[in-house]
Design a protein around this ligand. Structure first.
Ligand code: ZN
Length: 361
């Protein structure tokens, strides 16, 4: 089969693109109650940022810029939440999976250089400040203790929603001696204020997560839940002068958030209305409609038919220089200016065409 394409782009309306066809920024501003708005994005810095991550970051700065242009009394900044508790490597010992965290590896150092470079570029280009926070700092926030206690006390009601397969509450702490952690919580028990776990080398260790909440780590659904709840609490609280909007990849929209965030938050006693607004960045899809995956490229040599610059930032920079990011930035600005373009996904060929057109100018 040979794919033929006439390169016409259509934007059929439906769902959110119908409701927010012409405006999204004023809708966001009408809901905003505070002077300061923080736009949060997250990523696991395990290698040079994936093309989809570049779109998420670019959309965050585009939104910040548009908010400021619309309402000059608002202070807007971008917050990069670094998921440094993601695995740098996984090992299996006696049939149990253990991971070493990114934060304990040097893999993260090189990747963070790229992230910092991108953040600085977008920041200077749009005159928007940004900050970077790791998981230790995130979990040191005082509200985390209450949220965790609440989750632990209702674990029997929610653990099969968060982990339908095994029903394990994936809150964990690394071994204080070697940094290994029981990835799937096989030998981890959470009760009252205590997380009890076993290191294959150093035996049992106990962490009081109320006293040492900074040491706590989560799997992705739990991190997503805890993050949304604390963002909601901060945005509502008069003790903080800012509110938080989240931008994340479109692969998390829909069933995932409804089942794993909104319904569980409701069981825990948090109203859906207090949870933060989440704006989903369009996904970049391959020919079959699957999202482009950096790890498939690295591990399995996928996408050999595509130009490398759509895989990650280092290839993009190699081909176009750092100004290659402008192509993405122009596009994410367009998504917000004409939001019927925002509530849909894009094929990788759409972006390749944008880069080719830019090259001809
Ligand atoms: Zn150990």
């Amino acid at each position: 089969m040979e794919l033929k394409c006439d390169f016409q782009v259509y934007h059929p309306l439906g769902g959110a693109s119908y409701v927010f066809e012409h405006d999204i920024v004023n809708y966001i501003l009408r809901k905003s109650k505070k002077k300061k708005i923080v736009i949060s994005v997250g990523a696991q810095p395990n290698s040079s940022p994936h093309f989809g991550t570049l779109c998420v970051f670019s959309l965050a700065f585009s939104l910040a810029k548009m908010i400021k242009e619309n309402r000059c009394d608002k202070e807007v900044s971008v917050l990069f939440e670094v998921v440094d508790t993601a695995p740098s490597k996984t090992v299996e010992i006696n049939g149990i999976k253990y991971q070493k965290d990114l934060k304990d590896s040097n893999k993260m150092t090189d990747a963070m250089k790229d992230f910092q470079e991108i953040l600085t570029y977008f920041s200077q280009k749009n005159n928007i400040s940004y900050s970077v926070r790791n998981q230790n700092a995130f979990n040191s926030q005082k509200e985390i203790k209450t949220i965790l206690k609440n989750i632990v006390s209702k674990q029997d009601e929610i653990r099969y929603m968060l982990d339908p397969d095994k029903g394990r509450l994936r809150i964990r702490c690394t071994c204080p001696k070697c940094g290994l952690v029981d990835k799937e919580g096989v030998n981890t028990i959470i009760e009252n204020d205590i997380i009890k776990s076993i290191c294959p080398e150093h035996g049992e260790y106990i962490v009081n997560y109320i006293k040492n909440s900074n040491r706590v780590e989560y799997n992705t659904p739990l991190r997503n839940l805890v993050r949304a709840i604390i963002y909601g609490i901060i945005s509502e609280s008069s003790n903080y002068d800012y509110e938080i909007i989240r931008i994340t990849g479109g692969d998390y929209a829909g069933f995932y958030q409804e089942e794993l965030l909104y319904k569980i938050a409701s069981i825990l006693g948090y109203k859906a209305d207090m949870l933060p607004m989440i704006l989903y960045c369009p996904q970049i899809l391959d020919w079959s409609g699957a999202k482009l995956s950096k790890s498939l490229y690295v591990k399995e040599g996928a996408y050999s038919d595509l130009p490398k610059y759509v895989i990650n930032y280092s290839f993009l920079k190699e081909k176009f220089g750092i100004a290659g990011l402008d192509v993405i930035m122009d596009e994410t600005m367009l998504w917000l200016n004409e939001p019927y373009r925002l509530f849909r996904n894009y094929s990788v060929y759409y972006f390749i065409k944008l880069f080719e057109e830019r090259g001809r100018k």
